[in-house]
Design a protein around this ligand. Sequence first.
Ligand code: HSE
Length: 342
Amino acid sequence: MRTYRLILVGFGNVGQGFAQILREQGEELATQGLQAVIVAVSDLLKGSVYRPAGFSPAELLDTVQAGKSLETLDATAKGWDAQRSIAECEADVLVELSYTDLKTGEPAVSHVRQALQRGMHAITTNKGPVALHYPELAELAAEKGVQFGIEGTVMSGTPSMRLGSELLGAAGVTKIQGIVNGTTNYILSQMEDGASYSDALADAQAQGYAEADPTGDVEGFDAAGKVVILANVLMGAKISMADVDRQGITKLTSRDIAEARAEKTRWKLIASVEKTADGVKASVKPTLISMTHPLASVGGATNAVTYSTKLLGDVTLIGPGAGRLATGYAILGDLMAIHRSA
Ligand code: HSE
């Protein structure tokens, strides 16, 4: 049995989803020789605690779900910020789940860098550090002999990154196209069923799909960040957010959506990146597709990605793209990958 001591920076939807998975699947994981112990949580709103022997997922969840601060728990240290927790806690893996900032990547990028420098593995579902600093952070992880797990940054726990890198890498991926933002796909589906834009968005927020600031979703920034990640991680490109030709869904009206439906077509926010002679061409745009198109049936918060490859043709992956358990599962997938390589 190998034990991994984890620091969770951020204990919102995703952190709680992950804790819920550990609470429910802990015994099953043990049969695979893996024990995950949360030794520290640092959250700006819910409090920060460190206990070297670990907290049970149930006590963490019960405390926040009762509306209490984590600092009401017995702990060796309380009130440490993320930086101090990473510097002083005895741990093996940083799980970085602070809020996403696609302009600077902070504070997540500093947290990840600090953990890797200390020789800890880092896992994040936060797009900021990966969209903005992947080459540097991956190189630092390699230099320190640790892993940088990023599965949850695209399609949440649906293994889009692992499929694209480990399983399709040798097939030669030339183009990736799909639906990579759950919130906008959910809003477009709900509007087609007659909901207003604002009700559909409020619903997406309540379900935990939307970013803390949903402008990132509806204006296409979240999808653009994912396109950068797909391009840089899976195609070896070096593009930035500014290289993505981006347009969100905010200009689409209920009338546009109803008219499309009457013509047996459907609006989808399509993300795309394609290899070209001089690099890659990347975009995120509302696109009118026929009802018979494979992506037309991908509704709600579900995501889909089609990898066009030289040797296999098209391979399509469909699965959850957002949500607390689906994204929490991505962390488990990355932890299992660390475990398999140990
Ligand atoms: N806000 C994102 C989405 C979450 O709606 O897809 C997952 O990255």
